[in-house]
Design a protein around this ligand. Sequence first.
Ligand code: KG4
Ligand code: ZN
Length: 397
Amino acid sequence: MCNGDGSGLILGIESSCDETAAAVVRSGREVLSNVVASQMALHANYGGVVPELASREHLRNIVPVVHAAMAQAAAHQPGLTFADLDAIAVTEGPGLAGALLVGITYAKALALGLGKPLLAVNHLEGHIHAVLMESAQREDAPMPLPLLALVVSGGHTHLYLADEHPTAGWHYRNVGRTVDDAAGEAFDKVAKLLGLGYPGGPWIDALASHGNPRAIEFHFAQIKPRAPRPGIVNKKAPVLPSAGPTFDFSFSGIKTAVLRYIQAHCMSAAIEARRTSLAKKPNAKAADALPLCDAQTLDLIASFQHAVVGNLIRQTFAAVEEFAARNIVISGGVAANSELRRRFAEEAARRNLPIAFPSFALSTDNAAMIAAAAWPKFLAGNFAAEGLVATPQLKLG
Ligand code: KG4
Ligand code: ZN
């Protein structure tokens, strides 16, 4: 299945949102290169990702990023060229249509030109495999299954029950998702409301430690269980527990509650002054915002973060109990949050459950996770069809 030397080299390509990324990973485990060209600075000017600009930047970056990933991999394995790759893996979705198209078109052309197989990867599956790959690098013992994965980023807040079948590969069941905003989106929108920079998560994370997390109490709506979604049944996949309560999230209410608090406490003038002051500083960071925030603002930030993390913990551990998950995996950009990591780790320890987070480098979008998720598909011979297209609303499980 692999090349004669059994190298198992996969080139992963990721372009679903605002990061153009390429990586070479051996056997889903050993990262030979991991290159990410972030467009964050470009989109920061607009306070969010502008889809057309993202596509244009991907087009500009894709060739140099892939070449840089190949060069970095060759530094690990001298003489390595495109001819040594066993397969090309690319993000199929979910994501921005125009952004996905750049990676998919490039990957298809490369696979065709090299005569290599193409593997299509769900971006959310990639986030889960970032953690599985790093865990495999650390320990020899495989993770106890089934695992409960929380994928929490700027575009997604999903809970998956995941299991692995010896020949059919990984199987996922979506047991919870946000019914409106993603958690990362709430961080970004609240940071914007408070005159902080983009993306908002790291700003709020850094400033929250200076406020009182119990100063303001935020409440979350109880989400009604949804009807089961008809899906494709994989007969070879292991049978997971059947439909029960769902563990959905809603984060648009807390954003509105923060806005109301700002209005009720006449904070708008101070926010505008902070926004103007930070706009004048090139590459402004949270440390620049700290002297511009009064105690009330810091309490609001700390209370917001405390409430969001508390909600993620409640839903995740309720799902863990319901499905008797034996292991927890947290991934996606918001998994970089320090309070989230601390409180999830404490709660897991209290319940004597193993929990794993990605390294900070693999929390946010990257292509090593795409190459890692592609490895079991490669072993199962689960290659992409010739007509592979971008699927912006692609579901997992
Ligand atoms: O996974 P990612 O890079 O891209 C998406 O697939 O969305 O996640 C980006 C999101 C942004 O919303 C950002 O604000 C959030 O992750 N984020 C954080 C932190 N670092 C990044 N949220 C909270 N705390 C952080 N430290
Ligand atoms: Zn992501």
